[in-house]
Design a protein. Sequence first.
Length: 275
Amino acid sequence: MYLINGIKITVFSLSVISLFSCSSNEKKEEDTTQTTADTVTQATTASNDSFNQLTEQETKEGWKLLFDGKTTNGWRGAYMTTFPEKGWTVKDGTLTVEASDGAESQHGGDIVTNDEYTNFDLRFEFKLTDSANSGVKYFVVEQQPKPKGSAFGLEFQVLDDDKHPDAKKGRDGNRTVGSLYDLITAKDKAAKPIGEWNEGRVLVQGKHVEHWLNGKKVVEYERGSEDFRKLVGMSKYAAPEYNANGRFGEAIKGHILLQDHGDEVSFRNIKIKTL
């Protein structure tokens, strides 16, 4: 305290003022950090909750979710009565087949819908990991004897075209992503980079079938036509085991199948509308 012209003046130490200032700044930083963390958590939750949902209009139009984002309801293992105990996980709104050794249907195994379908519009999203292989099959019939690998059916190929060796097999690239596996090559496609979500679609109206990838039609054919049968005759599906219970790919109805090919691949927003 000082006396200047008879007036008492108190001077605080700069160190004390600095202490209060630092404490205040640290509190603001803590508040900001917490607010940011809360915002990220809320955004992530909101983002996850926005998947695997039908709009009111979609519900009116007859769409049905095949995956609710939380459970495996509506699915079972191929040639099984229950869902596989290993090899598949549900987390953060995604259904994921786990990586194992790259073998076909030898870990958790393929999964199929409980229901069968004839005319339908199937839509789904898939995300590949590096060098991954999987597939979405339709008109799957669990024929006997049970095959060693995947159940028989027409397949929308899900593949890392750049790194998986299967992309270079088959004929004219007909084992690449979006293709009708081993039969028809996807044309003029625009696949997303590995690690990003792609939108797939299979549309079946009578004998007419289309594959769509990211909003663009990439395959179109007539199931059971003379041209279709020629393609089957030039593919691996010409083998007797694929035709022992009727011509390959010409079943009247069948299950939807997600393939376990020993690589990590995720799915979400799987929905179907019967036509």
